[in-house]
Ligand binder design. Structure first.
Ligand SMILES: [Fe+2]
Ligand SMILES: [Fe+2]
Length: 282
């Protein structure tokens, strides 16, 4: 199967099983243009986006199984959105780079999608263990709705890899610790698994942005490619960790700028020591 056809099947597919379409069926990494509606991913009623807002549970409430299940449903939805946004990026921007670069880039993105599919399955299975399903919760479109603001692969990697996935490095470590604290080792182990893969997903974005930035500093290039309504603050989670960011290949100047960054954006500044961020954003 051609990689763009594969991405379209996932993007337009409505069921979870469509979103998990195995990448081993791809045997052609040639870009081909496709005129499809990228305004909203296919989602059946069970997993459709909802405007109904529910709050992410506070740390202290995660000692209750029902609240851990709710948190896992949020995480599962993030994986779904990541899969859909990565597929949409291949479809929308694949024709803007050379054939050789597309071959290489699409292999990298497909590898990330394969990981996101595995994470999605881990969360869904754990939800099942806890007696719940993703369709028991309203699902927000916070990540997806940023897609309309990105206009290139540079924007895409700045938003997805260096912002959302970088923040997830911190979130994974934080919730791994919290789940352990409340005796839920299985959920904690999933966070650790996701964390390990996330390092390579951030690395993928760093690689391509470094290729394209020419003489610009990575930080300047990154900031210039973020959608206007997204602050670099959103690339930080609850407890900021430098180690995984160094492992992802982010250079010292970038990290210094990130640590020193003071938001002058209108969005609420991330608080670094509470769950307020998640509650406010989702
Ligand atoms: Fe993931
Ligand atoms: Fe990821």
């Amino acid at each position: 199967m051609n990689v763009i056809d594969w991405a379209i099947s996932i993007f337009e597919g409505k069921e979870i099983s469509d979103k998990l379409l195995d990448s081993s069926i791809i045997d052609d990494y040639q870009y081909k243009s496709a005129k499809i509606d990228l305004s909203i991913p296919g989602r059946s009623k069970e997993i459709s986006f909802s405007s109904k807002k529910i709050k992410f549970p506070k740390k202290i409430h995660l000692k209750e199984k029902s609240n851990r299940a709710k948190a896992l449903a949020f995480f599962a939805n993030h994986e779904l959105e990541a899969i859909e946004m990565m597929c949409a990026a291949l479809i929308k921007f694949g024709g803007t780079i050379s054939d050789d670069d597309f071959h290489k880039l699409s292999r990298g993105v497909v590898s990330s999608i394969r990981d996101e599919q595995r994470h999605l399955s881990l969360y869904l299975n754990r939800l099942h263990d806890l007696g719940k399903s993703i369709s028991d919760y309203p699902l927000n479109d916070f990540f997806w709705k940023q897609f309309e603001h990105i206009e290139s692969f540079d924007d895409f990697f700045s938003l997805m890899s260096l912002t959302f996935e970088a923040a997830n490095l911190d979130f994974c470590l934080f919730y791994e610790k919290v789940f352990y604290e409340f005796g839920d080792e299985q959920s904690a182990q999933i966070m650790r698994d996701v964390f390990s893969d996330e390092i390579s997903h951030v690395k993928l974005g760093v690689y391509w942005l470094n290729r394209w930035r020419k003489d610009d500093a990575l930080w300047d290039y990154y900031v210039s490619h973020l959608p206007q309504n997204i602050s670099p603050d959103r690339s930080k989670g609850i407890e900021f960790s430098l180690g995984p960011r160094i492992m992802s290949g982010l250079d010292q100047d970038f990290l210094k700028s990130l640590v020193d960054f003071k938001s002058d954006f209108l969005i609420p500044k991330r608080k670094t020591n509470s769950n307020a961020i998640l509650q406010n954003e989702f």
